[in-house]
Ligand binder design. Sequence first.
Ligand code: UD1
Ligand code: MG
Length: 457
Amino acid sequence: MSLAAVVLAAGKGTRMKSDLPKVLHKVCGLPMINHVLNAVEGAGADRMVAVVGFGGELVAGEIRERAETVFQHNQLGTAHALLQAASSLRNFKGEILVVCGDTPLITAQTLQELMAYHGQTGARATVLTAVLPDPGGYGRVIRDQNGNVMRIVEQKDANAGELAVKEINTGIYCFNSKGLFAALSDLTPDNAQHEYYLTDIIESYVGSGDKVGALPVVNAVEIMGINDRCQMAEAERVLRRRMLEKIMLSGVTVLDPSTTYVDSGVEIGRDSVIYPNTFLEGGCRTGERCLLGPGAHLTDATLGSDVTVRYSVVDGSEVADGCIIGPYAYIRPGCELGRKVKVGDFVELKKAKIGDGSKVPHLSYVGDAVLGIGVNIGAGTITCNYDGVNKWPTLIGDDAFIGSNTNLVAPVRVGEGAVTGAGSTITKDVPPGALGVARGRQQNILDWKKRMRAGKE
Ligand code: UD1
Ligand code: MG
């Protein structure tokens, strides 16, 4: 069976009070529309068309690689929106799933169930419904005495009896492509909102003797549409919990799910432990047995196995097996840490490549640097990588020992096995095996205290 999906996303989302189109607001780190595209793709859609309007260029840019976009310049209603996809799907034969771009909680499984039911009943259209204790605001699904769907009536057009109906239209449908667009173009906007209602197609199909089905969703939270930021926070809570359950069921311990924030798409290896107040964002990936947190904030970080990160930030960097990071380390983008590297307290790294077993244990800044294997960086060491105009590299060979409080004025190279004296400001290369010292010699003035006193008296 051939399946296409149309995502309706032209609405402005006025209640978001935002310059950003609603469907680009992120839930668990991913724009809402991407959650919806994931679900329809997971349900087997091989073609996806998004109908965009407000901020359409931005939306089109975000989803360029996975979906076609068509523009609806004036938002004349949901039927009019779907009609904009006609040119794209003119030659498409099969089923067309219609979903809204602002329902990020919908799952592939529910869409598959809708498709399966649609297939079994052989209906021309099947609508996903939900039974809600408080159906206010939604279109109501009106059935006859035998339970057959007759039509959908919008809240604003409904009479008292219809308003009492608790079964609502989720705005998610499955249509057979045959004759769909022709039927859509026959609809008229004679209703309270003077809009072209997609829901009117149900009555039109029923009227022409076609079979229409309706399937209530099992878990009504899935169809929650986001209209404002309060609802967005609610969706975030649900999705976050879903994500954490997936991680926990895959063998990761999460000590406190309520203070653990994991974006969708993050992958954590089994037997890892996530401590409270930890954020794993973007495309983070870790190996097995990692200890993350408390207070770890990782964004687009790739970690090997057996890595510990406590009270630290790691952005856009790669960390190999067995590294120990923190407490209070800040690893900025572009770093590559070899195996068993230690980055300790109050250390900042930026674009630093650090060889296996090297240590930067405390109070250092290492930027634009390449460190070999087994290097030891003393406390307070600074790579002076910026001369006010350009950034310059620092190269440190294997087994070099950088004395505490060394300034390495880049560009500079410290050779293999070389040593720098504590407190040195190194401006010239240090050859392999050499000691580089660059500081004033110490002078001791004997009996200083006694002579001072004598002077005063
Ligand atoms: C619609 C349904 C209603 C259902 C509800 C579920 C109609 C007439 N009503 O109502 O039965 O209970 O969804 O949430 O369809 N859109 C466009 N272009 C437009 C109008 C809307 O792209 O011209 C998009 C919106 O961006 C949104 C979706 O279609 O993603 C639904 O539109 P919305 O205005 O929220 O419809 P409702 O009035 O909520
Ligand atoms: Mg709506």
